[in-house]
Design a protein around this ligand. Structure first.
Ligand code: GSH
Length: 469
């Protein structure tokens, strides 16, 4: 109950005002629901009034394992045998993953273009308390495409510092950690741009039609000394082409890097044109962040396959400590492939649905299935290959905290809430050599415990900061 003594209504009301103004003044911004593409009307991005406690050792554990996760994702992306095997059952039933896989196969048939790879990802964790006693760090997922909020989370520390100063909590105010993922993500982009090796070439942010989260992206852009253009799939389809060296040109400009902030959900591909644009980009010499194989490495099915005995060892044959460090963060993950193992998973889930999460191959939040709904869904498909579109995971059970959540469209309220810690990774590989591999910052998000699932972009969670305890 870290903030329970700041319980007086008057003070909270005053802090609410102070906090909202501080967020606006420091640029923790988002465009509004009603005018998502207007720079004339903006508001603050949802955030918590106070920072939330996070155990110091678990926080550092998450930072320390990040460079290993970077290498793991990168190695998976270079292993076609593994990707084919891991996703074989999924792509038979999941249309979206199948479409991505089609692009992957098409590109693999062509001679390789430029051996430069840029990965900007975020590994998300919750602190599991289910075994009682000490909390442990458990990975929820790793986002290898459009991992967001590295920009806004570079600006939230100052907001919480200010609120705590006004609340006369000077000591805690000084304990808020600095954080600047935007700078680190931009360093990755700059390194990849340099390796691409053309002075004239630009960085292209591939964005959605509805751009509420543009300021988060701008923070990354503004850290770059390289010209940035923003385009949608349709724009690339219309104004894009490859020259005889497979250089990508869009509206006459050579593109060194395509940074995807879109393209992770089926509805992001509005027509075949979007898929044609994606394929053109993948075939090109431009550095893709992520490329299609790294995108696929971030699927839930791959996450589940990695948890099987012996699989991590395949990727790190001579590094038992790396394997142990990564594996320590895995929650139980179970296959739903047809066969004995999958049948066992179904039986387990049906007899104890509250212990698990049923996850489809989707990004963007709000797709997971919990509790009784698991039984309903599994009963309807347990004997069909449809079930292989999902994986089952242990439900991580963090200890709830209390905080006030601020969002433009809802009154302030004190909530029982859960937090999720994200860690940003940035790496660049040229040929066989990792030329950059870093952990570049963190993101704490907090949501009311009544929501099972969903992040900030989905309108569920709010931005937060860890206060190490
Ligand atoms: N397109 C938006 C952007 O690029 O800012 C949103 C992208 C998005 O939802 N990214 C997911 C994420 O990081 C990963 S695929 N979500 C975090 C959250 O919403 O809390």
């Amino acid at each position: 109950r870290l903030w329970s003594d700041i319980g007086q209504t008057d003070l909270i009301k005053r802090l609410e005002e102070v906090a909202k103004d501080a967020a606006l003044m420091r640029g923790v911004l988002m465009r509004t629901k009603d005018r998502p593409n207007s720079p004339e009307v903006v508001s603050y991005a949802p955030f918590s009034l106070f920072p939330s406690p996070v155990p110091r050792t678990l926080f550092h554990q998450a930072l320390e394992v990040q460079t290993h996760f970077n290498r793991l994702v990168d190695r998976i992306s270079q292993n076609p045998v593994f990707l084919e095997e891991a996703l074989a059952s999924t792509i038979k039933v999941d249309d979206f993953t199948a479409k991505l896989f089609e692009v992957y196969r098409a590109v693999r048939q062509e001679p390789q273009t430029l051996p430069v790879v840029l990965g900007l990802n975020r590994s998300d964790y919750m602190l599991d308390q289910s075994a009682g006693g000490k909390a442990s760090l458990k990975q929820i997922e790793i986002n290898t495409i459009a991992a967001s909020f590295g920009g806004l989370s570079s600006r939230t520390p100052d907001v919480h510092r200010h609120v705590l100063r006004v609340a006369n909590r000077v000591k805690e105010s000084q304990q808020i950690l600095d954080n600047n993922p935007a700078a680190g993500l931009a360093r990755g982009l700059a390194k990849a741009w340099e390796l691409y090796g053309s002075e004239r070439a630009v960085v292209m942010f591939l964005v959605e039609d509805v751009q509420r989260n543009i300021y988060d992206q701008r923070y990354v852009e503004n850290e770059l000394d390289i010209p940035v253009i923003r385009r949608q799939f349709e724009d690339v389809w219309r104004g894009g082409s490859l020259d005889h060296d497979k250089r990508l040109f869009v509206d006459g400009q050579e593109v060194a890097i395509v940074y995807f902030r879109n393209g992770y959900m089926p509805q992001n591909y509005k027509s075949e044109k979007s898929w044609e644009a994606r394929l053109m980009i993948e075939r090109s010499r431009a550095v893709k962040c992520p490329d299609i194989s790294t995108h696929l490495a971030g699927t839930k099915k791959v996450q589940q396959e990695l948890a099987r005995p012996g699989v991590l060892e395949r990727f790190f044959p001579d590094e038992p400590e790396t394997v142990a460090q990564i594996r320590a963060t895995f929650a139980g993950l179970y296959t739903l492939d047809m066969g004995e193992d999958g049948d066992r998973t179904v039986a387990m889930a049906l007899s104890n649905p509250d212990q698990y999460v049923l996850k489809p191959q989707r990004e963007g939040g709000g797709n997971n299935i919990y509790g009784e709904e698991i039984c309903r869904v599994l009963e309807s498909m347990k004997n069909s290959t449809e079930r292989t579109a999902y994986i089952l995971m242990d439900k991580v059970q963090p200890r709830p905290g209390h905080n006030y959540l601020l969002r433009p469209d809802a009154p302030l309220r004190l909530c029982t809430c859960l937090s999720e810690l994200g860690v940003f990774g940035a790496y660049v590989r040229k040929g066989a050599e990792m030329v950059m591999n870093e952990c570049v910052g963190h993101l704490l998000r907090t949501k009311s415990s009544e929501h099972a699932d969903g992040g900030v972009a989905a309108g569920v969670a709010v931005l937060d900061n860890p206060l190490l305890v």
